[in-house]
Design a protein around this ligand. Structure first.
Ligand SMILES: NC(=O)c1ccc[n+]([C@@H]2O[C@H](COP(=O)([O-])OP(=O)(O)OC[C@H]3O[C@@H](n4cnc5c(N)ncnc54)[C@H](O)[C@@H]3O)[C@@H](O)[C@H]2O)c1
Length: 444
């Protein structure tokens, strides 16, 4: 059993802390957000993540998990400190490290015994050395410590299972002994452990996210071509995905990637490249293609409804993907802003994202369920592939709508079945069926 402190109890830090507690360690979760800590002390997770609430309760009851806002208390017995604070985009796309800097300053100022500082936040290459400098500069007296990079690869929505069953653990450090101790902590996860230098570990995280974002933009480019040529991108992706060299994940055409990681990480990597005089042309194309998805969606809507002024548009789903309440860079919010600008009335339903969205986008009218959303709508737009949307009674939805228009930006419905139900339906990249190009229809 080790004493672990996690700095920043958001989507990554909270899951990391709770999972390490569940593995038998004594964990303190620290955050500067006093409201978050207050809620956690009452057993309420401040984020939605399936299975997390039960796990917090179990580990708090067992005396392995506690929460605080006080660095002194959090570091008094700590052997390992995980930094898991946010690294949002700065003005030019670079990663903004102000939270990492503040955490490092506080750790330096409050540490009382030797520590291993483990960086879980996604940070630009070279940040590990910078963090060490900040900690050293803030120590009242020299106390030995090491910095290890341990990038996180979990996905919101399946974060606990991803943490407990990682494909690999990446550790970067110049201090082999510190890396070995962090490796020990991860041994119960039984994943391959790759130990590198600090900079390489930091780069592995960016390169991984950039690759996955590239897959998304790749299949979206293919979707555009499918749409023009009359092929179905869902079948194309399935056919490609069986090939183990390609794999089926992240080949879902639609509205593109969003969320708290891909947009900012691709931007930050492109920034790092440009800063070094490199021309990140593939990354630029990945971002351009992703931006285009939102414009394409509006074009599809205008194509079916004409002028959007006064039209009632219902957004099915708000969060950037299912099984999370995370709305960061959610395409739905961007879309809502554009629709409002064009004079549309925007309403929405999301199983968990509505409280956050109501605060971020007060122009959206929230309704209680998908059927209330359909009532009187001129169009429904599927923005998030929540399971409950796949199971809807679509015949009932059709009857409730003012115009039977569905733009399925996540390709969750079958175009032929939707046409049979009387919908005017558009997916993304589904060339055959009702979404076929005018040429295909003329030939048919
Ligand atoms: N969200 C994901 O799915 C995911 C996956 C892999 C990696 N990451 C990376 O992990 C990092 C954290 O992401 P997140 O989504 O968990 O962020 P988050 O915004 O959900 O959580 C960050 C937390 O850090 C706290 N914080 C900020 N400054 C602090 C300080 N000085 N001391 C203590 N607490 C402080 C905030 O109050 C917040 O609760 C980012 O670098 C992100 O890129 C995120």
């Amino acid at each position: 059993m080790k004493n672990i402190t996690v700095v920043g109890v958001g989507y990554v830090g909270l899951v990391t802390g709770v999972c390490f507690a569940d593995l038998g360690n004594r964990v303190i979760g620290l955050d500067i957000n006093a409201e978050r800590i207050e809620r956690l002390r009452k057993g309420e997770p401040p984020i939605y993540e399936p299975g997390l609430e039960e796990m917090i309760a179990r580990n708090v009851t067992a005396g392995r998990l506690a929460f605080t806002t006080d660095y002194g208390e959090a570091l008094a017995k700590a052997e390992f400190v995980f930094i898991a604070v946010g690294t949002p985009s700065g003005v030019d796309g670079e990663a903004d490290l102000k939270y990492v800097r503040a955490a490092a300053e506080s750790i330096g100022g409050a540490m009382v015994a030797p520590l291993i500082v483990v960086n879980k936040s996604t940070v630009p290459v070279g940040t590990g050395d910078w963090v060490a400098d900040i900690i050293r500069a803030n120590q009242p007296k020299p106390i030995p410590f090491s910095v290890v990079s341990c990038p996180e690869f979990l996905r919101e929505g399946s974060a606990i299972s991803d943490f407990m069953n990682p494909a690999r653990t990446v550790l970067g450090s110049l201090d082999a002994d510190a890396a070995a101790q962090v490796a020990q902590l991860h041994l119960p996860l039984r994943a391959p452990i790759l130990t590198t230098d600090l900079r390489t570990a930091e780069m592995i995280k960016y390169a991984s996210n950039a690759f996955l974002a590239t897959k998304v933009s790749f299949i979206n480019e293919i979707a555009n071509i499918c749409e023009a040529l009359g092929a179905d991108v869902k079948e194309v992706a399935a056919g490609m995905g069986y090939d183990p060299r390609i794999g089926s994940q992240f080949l879902e055409a639609g509205l593109g990637y969003g969320g708290s990681c891909f947009p900012k990480d691709v931007k930050a990597l492109a920034f790092m490249a440009a800063e070094q005089g490199r021309h990140p042309q593939l990354l630029q194309a990945v971002m351009d293609i992703n931006e285009d998805r939102r414009r394409l969606l509006l074009e599809k809507l205008r194509g079916l409804l004409g002028n959007l002024q006064g039209k009632a548009i219902g957004l099915l789903g708000l969060t950037f993907k299912p099984n999370t309440d995370d709305l960061r860079e959610a395409p739905s919010l961007d879309l809502a802003r554009h629709l409002c600008k064009e004079g549309a009335r925007v309403r929405a339903y999301d199983p968990v994202g509505m409280p956050g969205a109501a605060a971020a986008a007060p122009e959206i009218e929230m309704v209680r369920d998908a059927y209330a959303l359909a009532q009187g709508s001129d169009a429904l737009v599927v923005c998030t592939a929540w399971n409950e949307f796949i199971q809807l009674d679509l015949a009932r939805i059709r009857k409730l709508m003012r115009q039977p228009v569905v733009i399925d930006a996540r390709n969750i419905y079958d175009p032929a079945a939707m046409a049979k139900l009387g919908f005017r339906y558009r997916g993304f990249g589904r060339g055959y069926g009702p979404d076929s190009s005018p040429t295909m229809e003329a030939e048919a």
